[in-house]
Design a protein around this ligand. Structure first.
Ligand SMILES: Nc1ncnc2c1ncn2[C@@H]1O[C@H](COP(=O)(O)OP(=O)(O)OP(=O)(O)O)[C@@H](O)[C@H]1O
Length: 317
């Protein structure tokens, strides 16, 4: 099945080095969440992938071939700055875009009816775009990316400003498109949503990918964490376990991370035994860090675990 590859992209705007050897791959049927701080380079990378911006170096490939005009016209793109004509009516605009991408009048009409219905804006077909709320304009924008049945979806912050119901609808649409085999790449600062929705996540910092993988992969390669409800940490039991570090301690509640790459399998039992040697343990279990913590760690200067997975995507090729 075809996959979208961004390979060793490099881009500068004058003095600003926006992308440095940046690579990522989105497989067919995969939703890939692209996250990073403001100015990290997400929009630049996506604009290059779509073909509206040229890279200084690197390539974008689809099904193993460099992306040319024919392929880029099959990409459904939702730009961050949005791209609708404010005075044009919703229906006319969407029909026009579908026709522009080669759909017949009947196909365009069918797609406009279907997608506006799915996204809950079918009653607004005759309204000018500028008269819609920002969230509804965003729904139209997603329709615009979908009405020509694209082979690839690239969406720049599609969820920003949407209400919770619209977020759910948008999430379902992206999942359904991915299930139909479309690679879906989107950027977002809503890390809880990315964690919930994406098959894989890429974290970009200063134009370079610093971590790539499924959430479990990002969790799994670094230090493992446990929460212990029992003897207070200042009784010294955590120090008895090699590689253990207290992350937080409040009374009887202690969170400990054990950093022993490749040999942490027994660490949980060792921690439990160490705590029990000091006093009773009421609760004990692993802690699974959320993406927001993995992200903070990956973009912090210290780097290192728990994200661990400092993948050079080039190694996947
Ligand atoms: N047209 C431009 N001219 C000059 N510099 C630019 C231009 N576009 C982006 N940059 C710079 O390139 C860097 C990457 O910006 P980019 O918009 O790709 O980041 P981003 O990760 O999408 O950020 P955000 O999350 O804020 O949207 C930033 O330093 C930005 O100021």
């Amino acid at each position: 099945m075809p996959e979208l590859e961004l390979v060793d992209l490099d881009k500068s705007y004058g003095e600003i080095h926006a992308l440095r050897d940046m690579s990522l791959t989105v497989g067919s049927g995969e939703i890939f969440g692209f996250v990073g701080s403001n100015g990290a380079g997400k929009t630049t990378a996506m604009r290059i992938a779509v073909g509206v911006l040229a890279a200084d170096a690197g390539t974008v490939r689809w099904a193993g071939q460099p992306v040319g005009l024919a392929v880029s016209s099959r990409i459904g793109y939702m730009p961050e700055e949005r791209g609708l004509y404010p005075r044009m009516r919703v229906g006319s605009q969407l029909r026009y875009l579908a026709r522009l991408h080669g759909r017949s009048p009947a196909q365009a009409e069918e797609a406009v009816q279907r997608w506006t219905h799915v996204l809950g804006i079918s009653s607004r077909l005759d309204d000018e775009v500028q008269k819609l709320s920002l969230g509804n304009q965003q729904r139209v924008q997603l329709c615009a990316a979908l009405v020509f049945e694209p082979d690839i979806l690239i969406l720049d912050e599609p969820f920003s400003g949407l209400d919770p119901v619209a977020v759910d609808v948008m999430s379902q649409v992206l999942r359904e498109r991915a299930d139909a085999g479309v690679p879906v790449l989107f950027s977002s600062h809503q890390l809880d949503l990315v964690e919930r929705l994406c098959d894989r996540v890429g974290i970009i910092k200063d134009g370079s990918m610093v971590a790539v993988g499924s959430i479990d992969e990002l969790r799994g390669r670094g230090g493992l964490r446990w929460q212990v409800e029992g003897p207070a940490a200042d009784t010294g039991w955590p120090e008895r376990v090699p590689g253990a570090r207290v992350l937080s301690s409040r009374g009887s509640l202690t969170v400990v991370e054990v950093d022993r790459p490749g040999q942490a399998d027994d660490a949980g039992q060792e921690l439990l035994q160490a705590a029990l040697a000091v006093g009773p343990v009421d609760a004990f279990g692993p802690v699974r860090p959320h993406l927001v913590e993995l992200y903070r760690h990956a973009v912090s200067d210290s780097g290192g675990p728990p994200t661990g997975d400092r993948v050079d995507e080039g190694a996947r090729r």
